[in-house]
Design a protein around this ligand. Sequence first.
Ligand code: 7TS
Length: 417
Amino acid sequence: MNGCTETSALNTERIRADFPIFSRRVRGNPLTFLDSAASTQKPTSVLETMDRVYRWCYANVHRGIYCLSEEATCCYEDTREKVADLINADAREEIIFTRNTTESINLVAYSWGRANIHAGDRILLTELEHHSNIVPWQLLARERGAELVVLGITDDCMLDLEQLDELLDERVRLVAFTMMSNVAGTIVPAKEIIRRAHDVGAVVLVDGAQAVPHLPVDVQELQCDFLAFSGHKMCGPTGIGVLHGRRKLLEAMPPFLSGGDMILRVSWDDTTWNDLPWKFEAGTPPIVEGAGLGAAVDYLKDIGMEAIAAHDRELVSYAMEQLSDLPGLEIVGPPAHRRGGVVAFTFRDIHPHDLAYLMDLEGVAIRAGHHCAQPLHQRLGLTATARASFYVYNTLEDVDRLVAALEKAATKLGRGA
Ligand code: 7TS
């Protein structure tokens, strides 16, 4: 045991007190939650904000000329400002609320993609992608007669940037890639890829599902055209996600979903679209979730995105150090300084599902499987991995608990460490 629980970057004791879930026990043990790449826990400020909106000012937004509706609209629209500020967007009109990263990517595939991808065009993805950043492009490519091309990785899950020169030419109309892998943890050189993609005239979508919650992300510095991410992976509620898009692109794009709220005027002969961002927000939006996401952004900004990234780095280096002491444990992906707070691994011949079950008996929640990245697992010659992922509330002691639970699992299965 390390004996010290805090990293030097964050006061985790104070942070953990903000998360009610850590007061519970799991199967008689303290909760060791190591599955934040799938979804994060929620602080009291987010829970209380949502509770307050439901109890105090709940009404539909953008339509009522009465106090409750005005207040609810303010809560929802204030979050747009907060999100714009978090990622340094040019303007709040460039922030579209969706349900999650998956829907944000689908919005671009259906709206921008159908208008701009034609037969013979190429869409460039990478071997690190989550299914959410593969399947919408496969459907689009099939429909339009376009071709998917895939940038390969090295054996330690770094993008093979030399290959990028061969793949990038004027046939590539879109480059879509994750800024941080949800399996290998790889943080990719986003700015360089975007610059090189723009040099051949391609539009760039960044999947920020893992990056935005864990790293400082500045869309003006990156110069990306689209950025997609989810509220539930950054201490916010489920049911709300974000698409940031460059205003010029969004203005030229046809609507994705249609109906109420996204129109200015409807007649039998003609319908005109609402201004940005509402052109892309059809129907009653996730009002309370919007307010909750605002509280989550405030929470993360108070801690500081640099400090969160530093905390992840400390936890992941310590975890990689401790895990590699276990004989037969193989870590997937790059060295600690090239990754965010994610460690996927295999442990001898123990199936990752069995490992996750045995960890759970000790109160340690990890994820096992292909983590919605089957092509990446295929590239690595694996069908599944076990994965520990960290966030602001994790401590060095959580890593010690994971390692102790793995040692116990090995002994239980007669494969003592
Ligand atoms: N892109 C990446 C890189 C992701 O990690 C995820 C979710 C998504 C897209 C989709 O996000 P959603 O909010 O639309 O579902 N990743 C994971 C994971 O690693 N375990 O469960 C979900």
